[in-house]
Write a new protein. Structure first.
Length: 67
C-alpha cells in the first residue's frame, strides 16, 4: 500500500514539473484562433444547410413532390 501511495506522489510531482515546462500561447493568439474556428464552423454549417435544401428540392422534383 505504501509503495502505491509513493508511486502516486511521484507521478504527481512529475506532472507538476512538466506543467511548468508548458509553453502557453498568448491571449491574442488564443482569441484569434477561437474566432477563426467559430467562423469556419459557421461557414460549413451554412454550406451544409444550403446543400441539404438543394438536395431536398432535387429529390422532390425527382419523386414528383412532397407527400
Amino acid at each position: 500500500m505504501k509503495e502505491t501511495l509513493d508511486a502516486i506522489k511521484t507521478y504527481f510531482r512529475g506532472v507538476r514539473t512538466e506543467w511548468g515546462k508548458v509553453n502557453w500561447p498568448e491571449r491574442r493568439q488564443v482569441v484569434f484562433e477561437t474566432c477563426a474556428v467559430i467562423v469556419i464552423v459557421f461557414v460549413f454549417t451554412v454550406a451544409i444547410y444550403l446543400m441539404d435544401l438543394i438536395f431536398k428540392g432535387l429529390l422532390a422534383l425527382i419523386t414528383g413532390g412532397l407527400k
